[in-house]
Design a protein around this ligand. Structure first.
Ligand code: NAD
Ligand code: DAU
Length: 338
């Protein structure tokens, strides 16, 4: 099987590239290498004979069309996105360009070249906040709150429209919050781990009682891999981690595991439009593929902290340069306390 992966130099994409190669696929990775794309994430497979890297933008219609025509892949797995809510609040335009135009460009190539499989990697954020004690199944109404999640909801609907209108064999996945090695330290878990290591403040938005469902990245990638073979075209599949926790509990666990005290916690101004609770039913993907998450949150967090501890050079390199400017922009104006 030959797979074009978009965004394969990012956090989840690089884990998927490693998994697909290990499973015997040939992989062509198309990535623009934005601030979030990092070829270091793929150092272990860079020389693999079945792996090819193409540096390019998914919004570049000629490049995308030529690549699909030349490679004739069995599947496209589309991860490339501007993936961070806070950045999309500070500046929405990159999210709209990549998440909407980029997805449209890929779908047009899939349609023109009659691709046999197109996996669109969407997110549970398209459902918006889910009132307790409910869970969203795949028919739950979409109610995105941030520019990021609205752009993902738009691309999710666009992808499904290609199945309905043109018969393009699209599958949409909606996963919950991923964590694990190689995640950019703008996201909650790696940010808190890395700040704790450096004895810096851990900025908790609002009251910290927002709930996220944590999914270990390799479990997410196994679900997508299973869906390439077993998923049904035109269908949506939720992929949750069955590990719902309030943010403040995640932060406290990180402090305990890193041997730091709770005096590092800083309550800061809330994220505008902050979704209170995400909760997914993953019954459909479990029933149809046999997939289930295998890594408990305690085990996954321990593995993740160990990885960040052993890879301090990676962290230092990604936190240099633009990261500092982003950090100041996102956090300096948040007043202490709520
Ligand atoms: P990431 O930010 O770590 O990586 C994104 C990758 O896409 C980077 O390698 C970047 O260089 C590349 N990219 C960005 N714009 C591009 C463009 N125009 N052309 C080509 N490449 C481009 O993201 P991630 O956290 O790995 O998320 C991957 C996908 O999974 C996204 O679609 C995201 O919406 C979705 N998702 C993420 C999570 C999560 O918790 N991280 C959960 C559910 C769904
Ligand atoms: O639910 C899936 C989504 O999960 C994906 O679609 C996104 O790509 C991914 O970034 C993630 O979005 P979140 O906004 O949930 O992730 P983030 O790690 O940014 O934040 C997790 C929670 O932690 C959220 O409630 C906000 C809070 N938070 C985050 C940061 C960075 C803080 O309290 N302080 C922080 O400094």
């Amino acid at each position: 099987m030959k797979i074009i992966v978009t965004g394969g130099a990012g956090f989840i994409g690089s884990a998927f590239v490693r998994l697909a190669l290990a499973e015997g696929a040939r992989v062509v990775n198309l990535d623009k290498l934005t601030y979030a794309g990092n070829l270091e994430n793929l150092a272990a497979v860079a020389e693999h004979p079945a792996y090819t890297f193409v540096h390019g933008d998914i919004c570049d219609a000629k490049l995308v069309n030529d690549l699909v025509a030349a490679e004739k892949p069995d599947a496209v797995v589309h991860f490339a996105a501007e993936s961070h809510v806070d950045r999309s609040i500070l500046d929405p335009s990159p999210a709209f360009e990549t998440n909407l135009r980029g997805t449209f460009t890929l779908l047009e190539a899939a349609r023109a070249h009659r691709l046999p499989r197109f996996i669109h990697v969407s997110t549970d954020e398209v459902y918006g906040s889910i009132p307790f004690p409910g869970e969203a199944d795949e028919n739950f109404p979409l109610n995105p709150s941030s520019p990021y999640s609205a752009s993902k909801a738009g691309s999710d609907l666009l992808a499904r429209s290609y199945f309905t209108t043109y018969g393009t064999p699209v599958i949409v996945t909606r996963a919950s919050n991923n964590y694990g090695p190689y995640q950019f330290p703008e996201k909650l878990i790696p940010l808190m781990i890395s700040n704790a290591f450096e004895d810096r403040a851990l900025p908790v938005y609002g009251d910290g009682m927002q709930v996220r469902d944590w999914l270990y990245v390799d479990d997410h990638c196994r679900a997508i891999h299973a869906l390439i073979a077993k998923g049904r075209a035109g269908e949506i599949y939720n992929i949750g981690g069955s590990a719902a926790l309030a943010n403040i509990d995640v932060v406290r666990r990180i402090l305990a595991a890193t041997g730091k005290t709770e005096s590092l916690i800083r309550s800061v101004a809330d994220r505008p439009g902050h979704d209170r609770r995400y909760a997914l039913s993953s019954a459909k993907v479990m029933r149809e593929t046999g997939w289930a998450p295998t890594v408990s949150f305690d085990d996954g967090l321990a593995r993740t902290i160990a990885w960040y501890c052993e890879n301090s050079g990676w962290v230092e390199r990604v936190k240099s340069g633009d990261y500092r400017a982003y950090y100041a922009r996102n956090y300096d104006d948040r007043h202490a306390g709520v």
